[in-house]
Ligand binder design. Structure first.
Ligand code: PGA
Length: 253
């Protein structure tokens, strides 16, 4: 059974004091998760170790890195390797967020390399895909997102591809307050699952968690997550508010 995941993406926000308070508030809340429900916090790199310690092995709660580099180690000033993440017991990494693609020119081929090294080190990637507004307006979003999957994921075996979680994040809905409707989310998630099923078979596709991202908040999470092919969300803005994110975690199906 595929996992239902509420993933916080803090992006480049919060000082360490505020990050600690936020995490403390969420971790001390009364949240009960079943074995197939997870809460994940993608925190800025300088806070990874602290956040990991704060979790104190709390069941079904995990820390993620927001990015990693494609090489094992070496002269890559400023980059974070999966070997470092593994040494901190970090088990998740966000790969290919649209902000990485846009501001740091990360291509589908480059993201494939990052996915390779993450799996090599047994770190679960949350691989982001999603179309800009111009593509949605031209109604070619299905083809656009299929290509992102094909060029970054389709070299994996069926065994390996199931180790990846996917986050569909339409760029026009990120940080804009403009959420895709639950029908638009379901439509795209069903399309992604079909693309995966055509390549790897239905059983494999049914095992892969596909999260929705883009202006998810406490007030819309339940409806979006209730869609049959939506397996939780990757949440930016609303994940910076304890009460909002607690409610979002509790909205997992
Ligand atoms: P948002 O961001 O929830 O603030 O729209 C989502 C994301 O970028 O992951």
């Amino acid at each position: 059974m595929r996992k239902q995941i509420a993933a916080a993406n803090w992006k480049m926000n919060l000082t360490v004091d505020k990050a600690e308070v936020l995490l403390d508030n969420i971790l001390s809340a009364d949240i009960s998760l079943s074995s197939d429900q997870l809460a994940v916090f993608a925190v800025p790199s300088p806070y990874l170790q602290l956040a990991q310690q704060k979790l104190n092995n709390k069941e079904n709660f995990y820390i993620a890195a927001q990015n990693c580099y494609s090489k094992k180690s070496g002269a890559y000033t400023g980059e974070v390797s999966v070997e470092m993440l593994q040494s901190l017991n970090i088990q998740y990494v966000v790969i290919g967020h649209s902000e990485r693609r846009e501001y740091f020119q990360e291509s589908n081929a480059f993201l494939a390399e990052k996915l390779n090294i993450a799996l090599e080190y047994n770190i679960t990637p949350i691989f982001c895909c999603g179309e800009p507004l111009s593509i949605r307006d031209a109604q070619t979003q299905n083809e656009f997102v299929s290509t992102q999957l094909e060029e970054s994921l389709f070299h994996f075996s069926a065994d390996d591809v199931q180790k990846i979680a996917i986050a569909y994040e339409p760029i026009w809905a990120i940080g804009t307050g403009k959420t895709a409707t639950s029908e638009q989310a379901q439509e795209m998630h069903a399309h992604l699952r079909k693309v995966l099923a055509d390549k790897y078979g239905k059983d494999v596709a049914d095992n892969i968690s596909i999260l929705y991202g883009g202006s998810v908040k406490a007030s819309n999470a339940k409806e979006i997550f209730s869609q049959p092919d939506v397996d939780g969300g990757l949440v930016g803005g609303a994940s910076l508010l304890a009460d909002e994110f607690i409610a979002i975690i509790k909205s997992l199906k």
